[in-house]
Design a binder for this molecule. Structure first.
Ligand SMILES: *Cc1c(COP(=O)(O)O)cnc(C)c1O
Length: 417
């Protein structure tokens, strides 16, 4: 029987996705959370609604603040990540901005890796105007960040697997150094997904995803999620942005986020997008297994070709290869890049592909390709491109779930043209 409340911890990823704690309890015994596509919720009496506003009784009032379809998605991903609280947002960028603004105020500093997602670099730039300064660590490693930590540092921020450079963050090592200094490690795990790594279990304090990518998987809605591990011990003299929430202790970040920052900035997810993301997430495990297998065989096939240089984590010569077994559950993820020799050649190869769609996205179950230098990095400096592993001849592939024989044949034929 499915959906027993209080059942013991489920270990299997796919089983947990389909039969986890949150897979039941909907009003009319629906097998999925119904789409509560409403702005507001009605009450029998004013007293009842007052209790909801006073947080004295559970209930929804207004969708920007809470909605059952969105809650179902929050709980599902929270359970996968092993978090204590999760909040869905209108986009991945809304998740990153709300998180950083909930922890940092004017005069505070963030230490971030280079080679971050372009939108995140732009955001960090915007935050400078609010007095929040970012110091970049070319290597987000213990030795790379130690000399950068000072009294103003409030956050270490990095991507678990950077896109498209494919640098892997050593979560255990970096969180260790962060915690020694009393600072949380906040990670963007979008390209890794909870199927490949559960950052909270390795020491990260807050995990962020753009659900627009692998969690949704169907490329049908923009969204984000913030998962708080609830274990970080905030020093409220230092984290003044959270001082007002001191009485909540280790939950101060989540409570500030929900009742203050995220609620007031207004970046909620729409119920319909929560529903689409929820049903997409049901197949996250199956898709990732297939995507990672396809990416691995495609990378190996491309690496055999003369004049083609391939960047993929499972290739034995990759600088971060060791993390595949130590941190990434044996997988290399769904993104690979390869160099073709020139920009013209890259365009020609991309244009000759039959199945891979030319699109500015990752994490779709369809294979997507792009020439990053002329699109995603068109406004970046040469140093930023280099840090991101983006060269004039680089093609990025977000590998999908197509039959691997077809994918390989498509790429080999496009390259041989
Ligand atoms: C896409 C992406 C984001 C931003 O997410 P949106 O949903 O597009 O706002 C952030 N980080 C990474 C790693 C991404 O790939």
């Amino acid at each position: 029987m499915s959906c027993i409340s209080g059942k013991s911890e489920i270990n299997g990823f796919n089983t947990k996705l389909l039969h986890g704690r949150t897979s039941s309890g909907y009003g009319q015994r629906e097998i999925l959370p119904p789409v509560s596509q409403v702005s507001a919720f009605q009450y029998e009496s004013m007293e009842e609604l007052e209790k909801v506003f006073e947080h004295k009784s559970m209930g929804y009032a207004y969708t920007r603040i809470g909605n059952p379809t969105i809650s179902a998605l929050e709980q599902k991903i929270n359970e996968l990540e092993g978090g204590s609280q999760a909040v869905c947002t209108s986009s991945g960028m809304a998740a990153i901005s709300a998180t950083l603004l909930a922890v940092c105020g004017a005069g505070d500093e963030i230490i971030a890796g280079t080679g971050l997602y372009g939108g995140t670099i732009d955001l960090l730039h915007d935050l400078e105007k609010l007095g929040i300064h970012t110091v970049y660590a070319p290597n987000l490693t213990a030795d790379g960040i130690r000399p950068l930590i000072n009294d103003r540092t409030r956050v270490i921020f990095g991507e678990v697997i950077s896109n498209p450079s494919l640098a892997v963050l050593d979560i255990e090592e970096v969180s260790g150094v962060a915690h020694e200094a009393g600072i949380p490690l906040i990670v963007d795990a979008t390209s890794a997904t909870p199927y490949i790594v559960r950052p909270l279990s390795l020491g990260a304090d807050i995990v962020i995803h753009s659900t627009s990518k692998y969690i949704n998987g169907g490329g049908n809605s923009i969204g984000g999620i913030i998962i708080d591990g609830g274990k970080f011990g905030w020093d409220f003299d230092k984290f003044t942005a959270l001082a007002e929430f001191k009485k909540y202790g280790r939950m101060a970040f989540s409570i500030r986020l929900r009742t203050d920052l995220w609620e007031d900035f207004g970046g909620c997810m729409s119920p319909m997008n929560a529903y689409l993301t929820y049903i997409g997430a049901d197949t996250l495990g199956l898709r990732m297994e297939r995507i990672c297998e396809n990416a691995d065989v495609l990378a190996r096939a491309l690496a055999e070709l003369p004049g083609i240089s391939v960047n993929y984590l499972t290739l034995p010569n990759h600088p971060y290869h060791r993390y595949v077994s130590s941190q990434l559950n044996g997988y290399g993820g769904g993104i690979l890049t390869f160099g073709t020799g020139s920009r013209e050649r890259a365009f020609q190869v991309i244009n000759s592909l039959k199945y891979a769609m030319i699109a500015s996205n990752i994490g779709d179950m369809r294979t997507l390709v792009i020439h990053p230098a002329s699109t995603l990095y068109i406004r970046s400096t040469a140093e930023e491109r280099e840090a991101a592993g983006v060269y004039d001849d680089t093609i990025r592939v977000s590998v999908g779930i197509e039959n691997k024989e077809d994918l390989i044949a498509d790429f080999l034929s496009a390259i041989s043209e």
